[in-house]
Design a binder for this molecule. Structure first.
Ligand code: DAH
Length: 344
């Protein structure tokens, strides 16, 4: 064992001496082969002698040899880098060639548009709430004052998972979830995906985005609803856009109103406009005063508190804002289309 230890020391010394004389890549390669070659290398030779060492002494000697091997490898590698051929990158650049265009990608137009909507409401002091896309019948319908088997349910073409569990057809269930947890004052919006059993066509998709809004506090009136939505639509489109409130029905609001804006494509001037169909107005959202029964369902006293709510289709509104004739374009992932949108 002592002999082998001395031999390792000697070889280590001769390796250092040899390395000190190395001048180029070739002589370095020779030394590397001499020490590290798997078949005839000095280190392999030393390892072979290990079998003559007593078993109990083998771990110690084994460690010494491994140390030596690692040391040789590290030193050779360091010098290899030093002697590596200089890169000739600069010589190869032809400055007369046009540059390579890099495309870095961008957010999808729908989340981008959603962000614009969120920002307007955040400025008005709303906060953002969230809720699940897989809902129970109770949150999607029951708590929102849809009686069982009521025909109003048919307006929402529902994708059921079981009799009681479904993909939410609107973001309105988040109203219930928020009011169950938090008592007034409440001022939230909830953006999110909703699902309906619909065949895709220019104005319908089986999956789309909505933004729900809910305000509940002391003394909230229809004037607050009107003022908030007018401010919002003017900020989103432009100051001069014409808006109208039209009476409507939703089981969870009373009274209810749908809000139309003047057609962004023809401005109400074309009889065969493919966006407004010649009517001059396009429906943009549903809204109303929260039905007292809905407040009771979440243990908020309707004698004391009142509120308003609204729900807006993001994809549909984006279609009008960008004057796009077919909502399906948003999801076909045609980069020629998608790349036309970017952060303002
Ligand atoms: N949830 C309705 C829909 O999907 C939209 C809606 C109407 C939401 C009136 C509301 C509301 O919050 O008050 O068609």
């Amino acid at each position: 064992m002592e002999n082998l230890k001395i031999e390792i020391q000697n070889k280590r010394k001769s390796f250092e001496d040899a390395l000190a004389k190395v001048k180029d890549r070739h002589s370095l390669q020779d030394i590397r082969n001499e020490y590290l070659s798997r078949q005839r290398g000095i280190i392999t030779g030393i390892f072979e002698q290990l079998k003559h060492v007593k078993p109990e002494e083998r771990p110690e000697i084994g460690n010494l040899i491994n140390d030596f091997k690692n040391h040789v490898q590290e030193r050779v590698l360091a010098l290899q880098e030093k002697f590596a051929a200089p890169k000739k990158v600069l010589e190869k650049v032809d400055l007369t060639l046009p540059g390579e265009k890099k495309y870095w990608g961008a957010p999808h137009p729908i989340p981008l548009f959603q962000q614009e909507i969120e920002n307007i409401f955040l400025r008005m002091g709303f906060s953002i709430a969230d809720g699940p896309e897989i809902e129970t019948d109770y949150y999607n319908f029951g708590a929102l004052n849809f009686p069982p088997h009521h025909p109003a349910r048919d307006d929402w073409d529902t994708l059921y998972i079981t009799d009681d569990v479904l993909l939410r057809t609107h973001t309105s269930p988040v109203q219930i979830r928020v009011m169950e947890k938090k008592k007034p004052p409440i001022r939230i919006i909830n953006p999110g995906k909703v699902y309906r059993k619909e065949a895709p066509d220019p104005t319908h998709l089986p999956m789309f985005f909505q933004v729900e809004g809910l305000v509940v506090d002391l003394g909230i009136t229809f004037a607050h609803l009107k003022g908030t939505l007018e401010y919002f639509l003017k900020a989103l489109f432009h100051e001069k856009i014409k808006i109208r409130f039209r009476p409507s029905f939703f089981p969870f609001t009373e009274p209810s109103a749908e809000v139309d804006i003047e057609c962004t494509v023809c401005g109400g001037k074309s009889e065969d406009c493919r966006v407004c169909g010649g009517g001059g107005w396009i429906e943009i959202l549903g809204s109303g005063m929260v039905d007292p029964q809905v407040l009771k369902n979440v243990n908020i006293d309707p004698e004391k508190y009142s509120g308003f709510a609204f729900g807006l289709g993001v994809d549909r509104t984006a279609m009008f804002a960008y004057q796009i004739p077919d909502m399906r374009y948003f999801y076909e992932n045609d980069l020629r289309f998608i790349r036309q949108f970017s952060l303002k």
